[in-house]
Design a protein. Sequence first.
Length: 373
Amino acid sequence: MTPQAAWARCLVTGLIVFLCLSGCASRPENVFLPAGNVVVPGASRVDMLVATTRRPAVVPGEMFGGDRGEPSFANIQISIPPDAVRKIGDVQWPRKMPADPATEFATLQATVLSKDQVTSAFHARVLKAPGRSVLVFVHGYNNRFDDAVFRFAQIAHDSGTQAVPVLFAWPSRGATFAYAYDRESANYSRDALEALLNYFVRDPSVGEISILAHSMGNWVTIEALRQMSIRNHGFSAKIKNIMLASPDVDVDVFRMQMTAMGENHPRITLFVSSDDKALAGSRWLWGSTARLGQIDPQAEPYNSFLQKNKIDVVDLSKVKSDDRFNHGKFAESPQVVKLIGRQLSGGQPITDQAISLADRLVAIPIDVVTPAP
């Protein structure tokens, strides 16, 4: 094979893998037009608050688009179909509008709030939550606003968490070839996420805070946490869990971020999968070392680094899900999403759970190692 042919093959292969980063199905539009006050026996409701750096959309049924804007807030209620008609881990998108709450995810309420209104709504909910706990979800690359809302509604419901769900939605274009724009939008949004987390830390009504980030959302999250640690000279004890799912972050950069955060960081759980095709595409695109979400946690130098930094790892490489790109296993696998809920509610790390081989979940226990003086 000539060098030109080899290069062309590499380019085509890389392009195909890069497409794995994109969504694979079209979505209906205007999903935030309320379906009406329809009562469906057995249906559930997820009532989430939203903080976003997206610009408000012109079309009311979209709420927020992919352009960058000033911080805004919203309250969204999503109806989840009865468990008897859905599979845990799946998002049942509406086939047409209005959505049918009996078989599909449906919007019951979608209201843009002022800062004072969202503060009042938040206090009313967190004071009733067990442990006065909050779960912040940060979505990934190529997510429209409705993608992020519906996915978080699924996670909140299927995990069984009773924490107050708060979505942080940064300005992803929701387009395959907008990877560079999304990355810059992630940088644009890290200060806003830091401000949101600092608000929760300082609010006396909040008991504990957990953060779940996916894909490129990990970049926003880790950068915000790094800044918090530097500015505040450490972390508040309120921050209990940091869960990094399929992080689209360079391993070497992550090492530096962890150094900046210091040794006394909250519990960190890292979800990795060696067969993550989306992260393979990202690695090719950046021409970089391994992406954090695709490492082998038992291999060096990763194992030593993980032990030194007291990071729990869950290897999802053998977990099967309906995601053909293996990038969303943390949310789409019934076993994994339930384990996330157990960690949130019980405080036990996922790697301490009795996980059966029948669940096809491989947990890598990372021993806590104190470096010799």
